[in-house]
Unconditional design. Structure first.
Ligand SMILES: Nc1nc2c(c(=O)[nH]1)N[C@H]1C(S)=C(S)[C@@H](COP(=O)(O)O)O[C@H]1N2
Ligand SMILES: [Mo]
Length: 197
């Protein structure tokens, strides 16, 4: 080994401009879930957006799949410091879903089967920045990674990408979701290292 210790060789370095500060790139795909994996069949699955009047726009699985589909290649960044570069997803842009929703509220709470919640400003879901994804690497999204479908908001830390997503509730102002009530940042920009309060 000479003067280069194995510790040095083994350390994960961040010299790739795609990797935000304090993160390291991994080839694996760690599973991070706050509770057990809920099992939702596609027949039972639905995605809803509820606006300020209580109006609920609902898509069944087949209605959801009949919408325009997009292939997304993107980097993802978990607050626990792993990043995964060049991940491949397929799903429906939130732009497509919100085209059918009337709202003037600017904040959302994402809700998941199993009870998880996370808050995302509406602006961060629109303009090609977020999807409801149902495939990863050309295959159905695995249950432990959020299948049948999950939110994908790759420009924010990955806790905002709610697995087993069931819907969005429009809100007049920002409110903390599950992790945000437990010390995580309200917004979560990985390039600004907005990890915790
Ligand atoms: N419903 C739900 N969504 C969730 C979580 C969770 O516990 N429950 N964990 C979040 C966190 S902290 C991360 S880092 C990612 C992990 O996604 P993965 O398990 O597919 O890597 O999912 C996010 N979405
Ligand atoms: Mo996370």
């Amino acid at each position: 080994m000479g003067i280069v210790s194995s510790g040095f060789l083994g350390r994960r370095r961040n010299d790739d401009p795609r990797v935000p500060p304090g993160q390291y790139a991994t080839d694996g795909f760690p599973v991070l879930s706050a509770g057990p994996t809920p099992r939702i069949s596609k027949e039972d699955w639905a995605f809803t957006i509820t606006n300020e009047t209580g109006d609920v726009r609902r898509w069944s699985w087949s209605e959801f799949l009949a919408l325009p589909q997009e292939d997304v290649s993107t980097d993802i960044h978990c607050v626990t410091s792993w990043s995964k570069l060049g991940t491949s997803w397929r799903g429906v842009a939130l732009d497509t879903l919100f085209a059918e929703v009337d709202t003037t509220f600017e904040y959302t709470m994402a809700h998941s089967y199993g009870g998880y919640t996370t808050n995302v400003p509406l602006a961060d879901l629109l303009d090609g920045k977020a999807w409801v994804a149902h495939s990863f690497d050309g295959e159905d999204l695995a249950p432990e990674h959020g299948g049948p479908a999950r939110l994908l908001v790759p420009h924010l830390y990955f806790w905002k990408s709610a697995k087993w997503v069931s819907g969005l509730q429009m809100l007049p102002q920002d409110q903390p979701g599950f992790w945000e009530q437990n010390g995580y940042n309200m917004y979560g920009d990985p390039w600004k290292e907005q990890r915790y309060w």
